[in-house]
Design a binder for this molecule. Sequence first.
Ligand code: ZN
Length: 101
Amino acid sequence: MAIMPHCVVCGFDSGADVAGSVEFADYNPGWQDPSIDGNPVIGWSNSLGVTAPDGVGLFCREHLKAARKLRRLRSDEAVALMSAGGHQHWREQLRSFFGRP
Ligand SMILES: [Zn+2]
């Protein structure tokens, strides 16, 4: 099954076009496309559910700006922050995230 590009915060349902990608702290520059016995794997996805290297997220225009500010985090942490906070409140979420003892 092919996986359509979608914003990892909005998901499939919003229908938002992907505006760009962000490489997070857990991205490995030496990453290579998955293959089995030298044949590329079709329909693979990373831990965020998009066809991009591990540690890379795809974002719509609305979430791309916020994602770039969170690029020092791991990709899963950044996406969890933006998903949990909704787009209005991600700043507050970030504050409480780093404010934890
Ligand atoms: Zn989005």
